[in-house]
Ligand binder design. Structure first.
Ligand SMILES: [Zn+2]
Length: 787
């Protein structure tokens, strides 16, 4: 907007927009009030981006989007721009506060009023509560773009912010008066630029519309939306610390995209199972709100909207809100090929989605989409209108949202019948990094941690004074409880007696198991004095023998068919200061690997992904995987004394391609005969083995689609870890069907090949940066050939 020509163009465009038919939604909603004085100064998206969000084949990188939001905040007294910190790759991570100018001037007052509702213990009198309920505003957090290839989510916030800054309709004024909106235009700014650059580079080539050949979040890719309790990534931490924990939204909307051949838009209610510690009032709230948005969009003539489909509400990994007094609305618009339009005839829509059929009318899919062309404009329209409908509901139902928010906090503070009174977490004999990390997670989730001032007697055990205590009568007790207890995932089937119905994500999240920590539930009051809330210790990750200068030469295989497990492994290595080099296909194929490396780690990926990589649609050097040449080079590396460490599914690649004398007992076994979709198993270790050094004889394994082994030639194979022989003892948390299939089978073993070896993990020892209990198994494997 600094150039006068740009301003003139913007003015002309705005005038044209006002003269021509106004936005369809607004027209149907209400007549447009006369333009506010000065509203014409609000910069249009086109004036900064150079195109209208939704135009085919047009994307903006993060610096360009930031320029728009900054221009908007300069021009509008309804918008404030805040930089919350820097992303993983150093870009600004920002949020916009949007409300009426009067509300924005008194933001601090509204934060304090809302703070009191969030923690009912701070309400000293009935008058305090009434005042907060009467004068408070509904706080809404809208987050977008966490999954950067869902490109509508990178642009819809532009349209939403522009509408809220410029529109003068009664609906918008009601929103501005009654709602304080925090808008995070991208939860993953780095990915906006990664995807935009890749898209623009491949435009007009066979690779147009393809995924970039790298993770769109530096460490976690798509798993950045599985980090809402572990808080490993800086973007998660900034959002939780600066927005959730300060502003305590009643409503959180997260804007996404889904497959292109299902519904045009998914909205809650979610499918079962809903995680049982979520307050029922929040479930009722999200059910009502999702249906209300769907109704509003249907009134605008939008079709193909599914509710109560596809997405369940089990894991807290995507739902910080559910444990912090807010409803979480997931809005998932159908995708196209990034910004390129697609055509989907009706008879090519999926015949069956979870919970509905995209070709058939049902109670939760009332008006099927007829098929045809589907464009970025459609995507951003569904997303923007859904966000606007959320805000209208938040404004209209302000009283109920605030009252429900207070009720949820009140129930948590009083405590739920049938819940333990507290958890006791002793300091002694614990994994110190695990203990500090676990306590740090609870603390960041605003759980109060105290210490016992005297010894605690519990279940025939005595825990010394100083033990940590988490009392489950506090505002965010549900967050603590769900993370400290084992999960019992319900036995859900596609139809009675049929195969299992897969969870949307995984089924377990028990932190004490994952982090090697003891946490003991206390059914009743401990009868000892407790300290005031304490700060947990800081974890100091580091592993003997793996520091710079003393470590073996580690290579971490990095496929262009980007593997999230590779990213997580890189994150673990970086966090624990383990030196390594990334290893790409061309270097593997070129061979002579022993000259450069002592150890090669293959992160979790299927044999097909590892061998074949990306399709020939991709330009060099991205297409093709390890290939036959790479397999020969890996074999030579091992025979010449190298160590190959294969994680989870990559172990199947190693067994198949290097013809190792072990058999995967789960190869080709259908879900009916064995199923464990992300569960915590018991692992029995040979503590005398170098790979199990420093480990207890009993540990855990994060089981998720990996192999389980039988040894074919015991002269070449050493078993380091097994699942228990008793099938009843296999599962510690989550879900398993037919554990007898893996009972007694090997989970971790070492195979001698020539003068080197292959270490096979049948599980994920560094699962999403959470399974700290089993990191030593991975770290010890790296040191087998230390110089
Ligand atoms: Zn998504």
């Amino acid at each position: 907007m600094s150039r006068p020509t740009g301003a003139r163009v913007a003015l002309a465009l705005l005038a044209a927009a006002l003269l021509a038919a106004p936005l369809g939604a607004q027209q149907r909603r209400r007549s447009i009030a006369p333009a506010q004085r000065g509203a014409a100064r609000i910069p249009t998206p086109r004036s900064v981006l150079g195109f209208d969000p939704g135009d085919d084949r047009k994307l903006a990188d993060w610096p360009t989007l930031l320029r728009y939001y900054q221009a908007l905040a300069r021009a509008s007294d309804r918008v404030r721009y805040r930089e919350l910190g820097k992303t993983t790759l150093g870009a600004p991570f920002v949020a916009l506060a949007i409300s009426s100018p009067g509300n924005l001037r008194r933001l601090d007052l509204y934060r304090r009023l809302n703070d009191r509702l969030a923690d009912p213990r701070t309400l000293k009198t009935g008058r305090d509560a009434q005042e907060s309920l009467r004068d408070g505003k509904t706080v809404v957090l809208i987050t977008s773009g966490i999954h950067s290839r869902e490109v509508g989510g990178n642009l819809a916030p532009v349209l939403l912010a522009y509408r809220l800054a410029s529109d003068t309709s009664a609906a918008t004024r009601a929103i501005l008066d009654n709602v304080i909106l925090w808008l995070v235009p991208s939860l993953n700014p780095d990915g906006v630029t990664i995807v935009t650059r890749w898209y623009n580079r491949t435009l007009g080539t066979p690779a147009e519309g393809s995924d970039p050949p790298e993770l769109y979040h530096h460490y976690t890719g798509h798993d950045n939306n599985r980090d809402w309790y572990a808080f490993t990534q800086v973007e998660t931490r900034l959002t939780v610390d600066s927005l959730y924990n300060v502003w305590h939204p009643q409503i959180a909307l997260d804007i996404h995209q889904q497959e292109s051949d299902g519904s045009r838009l998914f909205l809650p209610p979610y499918l079962d199972p809903v995680e049982p510690n979520v307050d029922p009032l929040l479930v009722d709230g999200v059910n009502a709100l999702g249906a209300s948005i769907a109704w509003a969009l249907a009134q605008q003539g939008k079709t193909g909207i599914a509710i109560n489909a596809v997405y369940d509400a089990w894991t807290p990994a995507r739902a910080y809100q559910h444990y912090h007094g807010a409803v979480r609305v997931l809005a998932e618009a159908a995708g196209a090929d990034l910004a390129s339009p697609i055509d989907i005839p009706f008879d090519e829509l999926a015949t069956r989605g979870r919970g509905f059929n995209p070709r058939q009318r049902s109670w939760n899919f009332t008006n099927p989409w007829p098929g045809g062309r589907w464009t970025l404009r459609d995507i951003v329209s569904y997303q923007t209108e859904a966000a606007f409908a959320v805000l209208e509901d938040a404004a209209r139902e302000r009283d109920r949202w605030l009252a429900a928010f207070l009720a949820v906090g009140g129930r948590a503070v009083r405590g739920w019948k049938g819940w333990p009174y507290a958890y006791v977490i002793p300091r002694q004999r614990q994994d110190s990094v695990g203990l500090a990390t676990l306590l740090g997670i609870l603390h960041r989730g605003q759980v109060e941690i105290r210490t016992a001032l005297h010894p605690v007697a519990l279940g025939g055990q005595r825990y010394p004074a100083g033990s940590y205590v988490v009392v489950l009568r506090q505002p965010y007790a549900a967050f603590a409880k769900t993370l400290l207890e084992p999960q019992h995932y319900p036995d859900l089937r596609l139809y009675p007696g049929g195969p299992p119905q897969p969870p949307y994500d995984v089924t377990a999240h028990t932190l004490p198991l994952l982090m090697g920590v003891t946490a003991v539930p206390a059914p009743d009051s401990l009868r000892v004095s407790l300290s005031a809330p304490v700060e947990p210790p800081q974890p100091t990750p580091g592993y003997p023998g793996l520091r710079e200068g003393e470590a073996p030469r580690v290579a971490l295989y990095r496929s262009y068919d980007a593997s999230m497990d590779e990213g997580w492994t890189r994150w673990v290595f970086d966090t624990w200061h383990v030196p390594y080099q990334s290893l790409v296909d061309s270097v593997v194929r070129a061979g002579k690997l022993t000259e450069k490396f002592d150890v090669i780690v293959l992160p979790d990926a299927s044999p097909h992904e590892l061998l074949d990589g990306l399709s020939i649609r991709y330009p060099p050097p991205y297409s093709g995987g390890i290939g036959a040449d790479g397999v020969r080079a890996l074999r030579r590396f091992v025979e010449d004394g190298g160590t190959l460490v294969a994680l989870n599914d990559a172990s199947r690649f190693a067994v198949q391609q290097l013809l190792l004398p072990v058999r995967n007992v789960l190869e080709g076994v259908p879900d009916d005969d064995f199923y464990a979709p992300g569960s915590i198993f018991r692992l029995e270790l040979d503590a005398s083995d170098p790979i199990a050094r420093g480990m207890p004889a009993q540990s855990i394994a994060w089981f998720e689609g990996g192999p389980a082994f039988e040894v074919v030639d015991s002269s070449a194979v050493r078993v380091i870890g097994r699942y228990p022989a008793d099938p009843e003892r296999v599962l510690l948390s989550g879900w398993v069907l037919h554990p007898e299939r893996v009972a007694g089978k090997a989970a971790l073993l070492e195979v001698r090949v020539g003068s080197g070896r292959v270490v096979l993990f049948g599980f994920r020892p560094q699962y999403r940066g959470q399974s700290i209990a089993t990191y030593p198994l991975l770290f010890n494997s790296l040191q087998l050939t230390a110089r």
